[in-house]
Design a protein around this ligand. Sequence first.
Ligand code: CA
Length: 213
Amino acid sequence: MKISKIGLLVIGVSFILFVASSAVSAYTVQDTGNDVAHWAGYQGTWGWTDINVEDNPDVDIKELRQSVVDGKMVIELEVYGTIQNSSLFRYWFTFNTSDSYYLVTWSNGVGGGLGMDTSGQLMMPVLPIVTTNDGIITATFDMVGTETDAVEFWGYVWQFTTLGDIINSEWWGDWAPNTYQLFDEEDILDDEDPDDDEPGGDDSDDDKAALYY
Ligand SMILES: [Ca+2]
């Protein structure tokens, strides 16, 4: 049997469409290692001290993953080190589709979060089952909504040295993807004013850092 070039083209396109549709509900966001930011405050003076800390793998995001397994929405966050159970560590990530919102948290050894149908069909939120295994947080939700394509998928992880002390404290944090980070990396690197206590000089975005403190 001779298959025409057009026939081969149709078969090829069909195969590509099949592969694309079968993989449509799985997303990953990879993040490089050693890109943890370090913030320090001392007697009311504060600023970014380093934007690439190399020795804090427990808050260094490696990957975010989403998939649908047996009809359940599964979302994971992995760090290069180990998930910590102290209240000084916070892990937070979210996966949103056009009709649903999923949020996962982990701190003080306790997992939390919620799934919400944002189309208004389902009023009550669903709660995830959250587990950890070494460097991975896994959250499993009953599905809300019908869409599984990612509209937004990101997370951040941070560590405090002292809770409730805004005068003297240190903070480390990492975001994935990096478009969600709190600061403008180039702005910090270019900030050469020695009298400027704020990271990045007069960049209006600098104030965002304080929102999470
Ligand atoms: Ca990272």
